[in-house]
Design a protein around this ligand. Structure first.
Ligand SMILES: Cc1cc2nc3c(=O)[nH]c(=O)nc-3n(C[C@H](O)[C@H](O)[C@H](O)COP(=O)(O)OP(=O)(O)OC[C@H]3O[C@@H](n4cnc5c(N)ncnc54)[C@H](O)[C@@H]3O)c2cc1C
Length: 380
């Protein structure tokens, strides 16, 4: 179903939306009709009740055509929808999930700030309770928020926002809040334009000035968001790795086809060993990444926590792999590879984000070294 949808509906619009830096909202809502927006959400909340492998397939396929469109899908379906589904209460899920699963509402997640990305516990956004604790006042700024704006003029529809409710950097110092468009003091700082890649996905700065949020909008428990955040980061990293697979696969398809068609010195360029090497190495690396990602996804219980090592590992391996493979594809296509029409320069630009968003390569090194050191006697 996804392959057909991608071929007939996603492929034809990708280049134009990249050029115009526009998020394709009508196409996005069609993902709701296909049951993809709530792919991991139980049927009672409007979802499809599927598992991590299904989420991986959706991200791999969408990203094989339009990684930017897929990034918006990821921010909505994983960072907002799945996050709320795993960590919210029944009332919150009933309030938000059916609309989010249909695409009526488009969501996102605000963790990063102008002064704190990798160092997430260094966030400066605060949420201060009123006297009886029935509401909280949020102040701060969130940066680089995917789906932060849909129209470019105002904020997106709904967000899970992390804010400090404790004094320091402890694991009980952060709380997750549901913040909705129209709340007084909640505004769009700017739509961030001229990105290197992922240009058809909207990225925004969101500003919170004395935004009063009822305590009923706390997701999970007061001070309990560190666990929610880490649990959701695991599936986020796995689907970001799946996006890398889509980029790599399409790059291989494009370069293999071109190598057959393009002639130089009287022969197809595919007859030259240096071209063969690029395609063969790319395929082997893609399949190694694919095996790792699908293996980790198959063993992931989305509601659990503690798969961090391999969630970091798949992304650490696959993101640079996708960038390398897309780079080889440009090289195989020569001048044409450098042109938008042939797609691979866009895939290459988009792939760079996968080494940064959802955790930088260096953050994965740090986390993985910590986990490997703890468990070095019991590695698989
Ligand atoms: C297009 C786009 C979409 C995004 N969407 C979202 C979103 O929807 N929601 C959201 O919350 N965030 C989002 N982000 C933010 C993204 O998650 C952060 O950019 C990322 O976590 C890195 O943080 P930073 O940019 O502050 O870099 P920094 O953390 O400042 O890192 C700068 C450099 O220092 C390195 N570094 C930092 N600490 C260490 C260390 N201890 N050891 C070694 N090196 C270190 C980093 O690896 C990096 O190379 C998005 C970003 C982009 C570009």
């Amino acid at each position: 179903m996804l392959r057909q949808f991608v071929e007939t509906q996603v492929d034809p619009q990708a280049l134009e939306h990249n050029r115009k830096e526009l998020f394709n909202v009508p196409l996005f809502r069609k993902l709701g009709e296909l049951g993809l927006l709530g792919i991991t959400v139980p049927v009672e909340y409007g979802g499809s009740g599927m598992d991590a492998t299904a989420a991986v397939i959706a991200h791999e396929e969408l990203s094989s055509s339009d990684p930017a469109f897929c990034l918006s899908y990821l921010a909505h379906s994983m960072l907002f929808v799945n996050n709320l589904c795993q960590n919210g209460n029944h009332e919150q899920k009933m309030r938000f999930l059916p609309k989010a699963c249909s695409g009526e509402l488009i969501g996102g997640m605000g963790m990063s700030e102008p002064g704190a990305g990798t160092d997430v516990m260094g966030m400066a956004t605060t949420a201060v309770p009123n006297k009886d604790g029935s509401s909280f006042k949020i102040n701060g700024t969130k940066m680089w928020i995917t789906n932060g704006t849909i129209t470019g003029q105002d904020t997106g529809d709904a967000f899970l926002v992390y804010a400090k409710t404790g004094p320091g950097r402890g694991k009980n110092d952060i709380t997750s809040f549901l913040v909705e468009k129209g709340m007084k003091g909640f505004s769009l700082g700017q739509k961030i334009t001229d990105k290197c890649g992922m240009r058809a996905s909207h990225t925004a700065e969101l500003v919170f000035e004395d935004v009063v949020v009822p305590a009923s909008n706390i997701v999970g428990t007061l001070g309990g968001a560190t666990l929610c955040m880490h649990r959701n980061l695991e599936i986020e990293r796995i689907v970001l790795a799946a996006m890398s697979l889509g980029i790599a696969r399409r790059s291989i398809e494009v370069m293999a086809k071109y190598a057959e068609e393009r002639k130089a010195f009287g022969k197809s360029i595919g007859e030259y060993g240096q071209i063969q090497e690029k395609i063969a190495e790319s395929y082997a690396e893609y399949m190694a990444g694919r095996s790792y990602v699908y293996n980790v996804a198959a063993h992931l219980d989305i509601s659990s926590y503690g798969n961090g090592l391999d969630a970091d590992g798949v992304k650490l391996y696959c993101a640079p792999m996708a960038k390398r493979v897309a780079d080889r594809a440009i090289q195989v296509l020569g001048g044409n590879g450098y042109m938008g029409e042939y797609q691979v320069e866009r895939l290459w630009r988009d792939s760079k984000l996968l080494e940064i968003g959802g955790g930088t390569n260096e953050a994965h090194h740090k986390n993985m070294f910590r986990d490997i050191s703890r468990n070095h006697k019991t590695l698989p």
